[in-house]
Design a binder for this molecule. Sequence first.
Ligand code: XMP
Length: 323
Amino acid sequence: SWTTGNVIEEQVEAIRELVGDKRAICGLSGGVDSAVAAALVQKAIGSQLTCVYVDHGLMRKNETEQVEKDFVAATGVQLKVVDAEERFLKALAGVSDPEQKRKIIGREFIRVFEQAQAEIIADEGPEVAFLVQGTLYPDVVESGGGTGTANIKSHHNVGGLPEDLEFKLIEPLRKLFKDEVRMVGQELGLPEEIVQRQPFPGPGLGIRIVGEVTKERLDLLREADAIAREELTAAGLDRDIWQCPVVLLADVRSVGVQGDGRTYGHPIVLRPVSSEDAMTADWSRLPYDVLAKISTRITNEVADVNRVVLDVTSKPPGTIEWE
Ligand code: XMP
């Protein structure tokens, strides 16, 4: 019968045999899937695994530190953190169009990741032959490859690498669903904050600023987002909501009054949603007192924000993210 213990044992053995004395690389995104995949492979081959985390500067407060400290503390994994904030901000300068932002972030991400890979290979020699990915069963089905039982497939020329270097993919979560992945992560000793993490988009806060993405705006949004998350957690609502994007309307200003003066600041949007699979969603009916607390704290504590608004749109017609 299916137990997380069996899955771990089975995968650890298979990965160990497959990798032998070679080496593997795993990209960490901060999300559950890549963290659990990395922890599993780490359990199998220890220091033969190197993880790469690209900090694009679009993460939420303490998120990078969480990967750097908590994940490493829990797994002992070798981690290469690439600080690419400046590069991303430069590439995003002057851009307001959502699709353009997404394309730029995706492109830069791949470039930085490939460069890190190439550096690891240069350092450690061409015996780096495996790339770990946190592909889940629904991902496999969606891309039309659901029947295979093998959890490994060959992959040539993973961008930026020599063409004759064969990279094999290790996808230890290929047969699992999200809740099973969480159970495996828990069994592997990953901290709750990683295992129970709500979805967060790859382009990060870059697509939660309506308008141009700048360092100042990111810092402001990080503060507002941290307050919302803190209060939702304190109210015990994390498991009730699917996720709660916090959005900065950077191109909008409205008049307010604070202390003894007029303000002309930006609105923050709260977008709490409930959902099964993110394909459709409903706006969460959060308790008024929790909303009030979040609103009061954000307008008091975050400079330049004088209004907090609640998004009461389901999906469809709205998407979960604003961009
Ligand atoms: P939407 O906005 O399309 O979002 O209703 C559906 C779910 O997907 C997440 N999302 C992303 N996740 N990369 C990701 O890894 C992305 O580019 C991306 N865009 C949206 C979103 O947070 C929600 O859970």
